[in-house]
Design a protein around this ligand. Structure first.
Ligand code: SF4
Ligand code: SF4
Length: 213
């Protein structure tokens, strides 16, 4: 067991070191060059709402973004977000998972109302930068009807700035999560236990009755 713990600890430290390198690389990204690449691909939102609906709609949000949505909507934490379904149980039957996702109603984001985003000025970074994202500093695109659309240079500049900011925050959040992460003894899957979400602020405990709502 001690050896297993040492291996896990060393794996954790390696991952943190890798993320710190990724952060330094992301800091060197040129917004001008990135904007040129974005404009070359082109994007103009068609307001189809497909990125806010459907089985694949899954928006990862960070604690500060959740608080911003709480202030904007007057709703509670668990009305805004839910823990993801992917995770592991500990020996006491508590489910452990990472990150938060925007809550859905049916297959749609719960803030998608009457064909529009009801929290548009406060929407998370992922929504602001959709359909683009950076993977190891490489520009990537998700499925979107607006790709290939005409884009003004100031729009591309803004998108590039937001994308770099999002990438930096994502890496910082991942580092903080790993630094605060406390491992636990694994157990069997069990219904009716509570849930612990590990995020960049540490551990958030959710009581079983709150999970049922
Ligand atoms: S970002 Fe793309 S998928 Fe989302 S509403 Fe606009 S066109 Fe549709
Ligand atoms: S927060 Fe707004 S933009 Fe983001 S998925 Fe929900 S409805 Fe769509």
């Amino acid at each position: 067991m001690e050896r297993e713990d040492r291996v896990r600890r060393s794996d954790l430290l390696n991952r943190i070191a890798g993320l710190k390198e990724a952060f330094l690389a992301a800091k060197k990204l040129s917004p001008t060059k990135l904007a040129a690449r974005i404009r070359n691909i082109g994007y103009h939102c068609q307001k189809c709402g497909e990125c806010c609906r459907g089985e694949d709609n899954s928006v990862v949000v960070f604690p500060d973004e959740i608080r911003q949505l709480i202030v904007a909507t007057g709703q509670e934490w668990l009305e805004v977000v839910v823990p993801p379904k992917e995770g592991e149980w500990d020996k006491d039957g508590c489910f452990h998972t990472l990150e938060w996702r925007l809550k859905k109603e049916g297959e749609s984001c719960r803030f998608y109302q009457n064909g529009r985003c009801s929290v548009y000025p406060d929407r998370p970074m992922l929504c602001r930068t959709y359909p683009f994202y950076l993977d190891n500093c490489e520009l990537m695109c998700s499925e979107c009807r607006g790709l290939d659309g005409k884009m003004e240079s100031d729009e591309a500049d803004k998108m590039a700035e937001q994308l770099i900011m999002r990438h930096l925050v994502e890496i910082q959040e991942a580092i903080a999560l790993l630094e605060r992460y406390r491992d636990f003894e694994r157990g069997e899957a069990r219904k009716g236990g509570g849930c612990i979400v590990h995020d960049s602020e540490g551990e958030h405990w959710i009581a079983p009755e709150k999970l049922m709502r």
